[in-house]
Design a binder for this molecule. Structure first.
Ligand SMILES: Cc1ncc(COP(=O)(O)O)c(C=O)c1O
Length: 409
């Protein structure tokens, strides 16, 4: 066997200072929401690249424009229409540099002043948090339960803010397989949330990044499919059903909002090469591709459930994601978060610390496990390592298992 002196994540061999190979301790990387390298469709994608380049190379000699590759937009319009049963116009889909660019453009288009207020779930995607912070946006986090953002708390927060002359600019929500909690908002609750938003005449921004990473049960409809309320923007991605490295996402909205967001775009469009190859590959069977990926992801999720039950059932509670790439784990309040971080780091276990997802940066007693790309062996072995770290980071011997994943307030 060969070894290199540059250890990387894919290698289980490293060179020591004498240049000899030795088995490196296994690492358990549950930190980042990536797709699964084991199931990347390499041969089919290579073949698609050949065909796409032959067909589209002349397109590459021009700028993509604000909407981007038409074939991929058609495919994404069909994806939406087939999932939601509502027609989505091809010329109202704009491809972006990952959905992260859509998150950014939308915020830029909708805010007017630093200190503007935006409503989000109490814990949400760190990319959104850092973008909003950078724009000077004040985030108001709405408490959640197993069904996502709570409409009663949303109503109370908006009423209170409006009473104080601080009308929020928009409500940003991840209703399906939420990052980081993995929760899904059922249809009835979506309708309640929409009612609140409509009553206050606010804009709703839905980020459906994980929408088709689906394992079981019903797929609740997107907000735009539930109601044609015109103040809605919908964001989606190819990162989680295909690969984040292609940097492709998109947004759609009714005409006025669509134009308003596009006005913030000055990048001449998103990468046509990537779009044409991904289009060529996925046009051969988008849903088949998703189904094939999801079967393996579900297996990983089930394995994670199993290992958590074996190692942490007496001490922790966790979410039951029906899709997506994340599980949200609550540990006892008496766990020293810094010590847990240090111990885990030393033992090669990486996770998302709770405070990174909290809009107020509160060091909440939670951690996020991203399981989609983690080899089965690392799930089997890693959860035991995490469990040991949590036990050692406790500061008392009191019985301490949290009663529920979310506190009723
Ligand atoms: C909720 C959410 N939105 C948007 C993104 C950005 O993803 P991308 O830019 O790769 O589409 C992520 C990435 O993890 C996410 O979790």
């Amino acid at each position: 066997m060969q070894c290199s002196d540059e250890p990387d994540e894919s290698s289980d061999l490293v060179a020591n200072s004498s240049g000899l190979c030795h088995a490196a301790p296994m690492t358990y990387d549950f930190a980042v929401g990536r797709t699964n390298p084991e199931t990347f469709p390499l041969a089919a994608f290579q073949a698609a690249a050949q065909r796409a380049i032959a067909r589209d190379h002349v397109l590459y000699t021009n700028y993509p424009g604000e909407l981007g590759h038409e074939g991929l937009r058609k495919l994404m319009a069909a994806r939406e229409t087939e999932r939601e049963g509502v027609a989505v116009a091809v010329d109202r889909i704009a491809l972006t540099n990952g959905s992260m660019q859509a998150v950014t453009l939308v915020a830029e288009a909708l805010i007017e002043h630093r200190d503007d207020i935006v409503i989000t779930e109490a814990v949400t995607y760190p990319g959104t948090i850092s973008t909003y912070r950078d724009f000077g946006i004040r985030m108001v986090g709405i408490p959640m339960d197993e069904q996502g953002m709570r409409p009663d708390a949303l109503e109370a927060a908006i009423t209170e803010l409006t009473r104080n002359g601080k009308r929020p600019r928009f409500v940003y929500v991840e209703a399906t397989y939420q990052n980081p909690t993995g929760t899904t908002m059922p249809r009835a609750r979506r309708l309640e949330v929409l009612e609140v938003v409509k009553r206050h005449d606010l804009i709703l921004v839905e980020d459906n990044c994980y929408g088709d990473v689906h394992y079981e049960g019903e797929k609740p409809p997107a907000f735009y499919a539930l109601d044609d309320y015109p103040q809605q923007i919908y964001i989606c991605s190819l990162s989680k059903i295909f690969a984040p490295g292609v940097r492709l996402g998109y947004f759609t909205a009714p005409p006025e909002l669509f134009r308003r967001v596009l006005k913030k775009r000055h990048d001449a469009g998103s990468n046509t090469l990537a779009a044409s190859i991904v289009h060529e590959y996925l046009a051969g069977g988008l849903w088949r591709h998703c189904d094939e990926q999801n079967v393996v992801l579900k297996h990983k999720r089930d394995l994670l459930f199993e290992m958590l039950s074996v190692h942490l059932d007496d001490l922790c509670v966790w979410s039951q994601p029906a899709g997506g790439l994340f599980l949200w784990l609550r540990f006892p309040d008496d766990v020293d978060r810094d010590r847990l971080a240090t111990l885990s780091e030393q033992r090669g276990f990486r996770y998302g610390r709770g405070r990174n997802f909290h809009v107020g940066n509160e060091d909440v007693p939670y951690l996020r496990l991203a399981f989609g790309h983690v080899p089965d062996d690392a799930i089997r072995e890693g959860v035991g390592v995490l469990a040991q770290c949590i036990r050692e980071a406790r500061t008392s011997n009191e019985p301490a298992k949290p009663a529920s994943l979310f506190d009723p307030t």
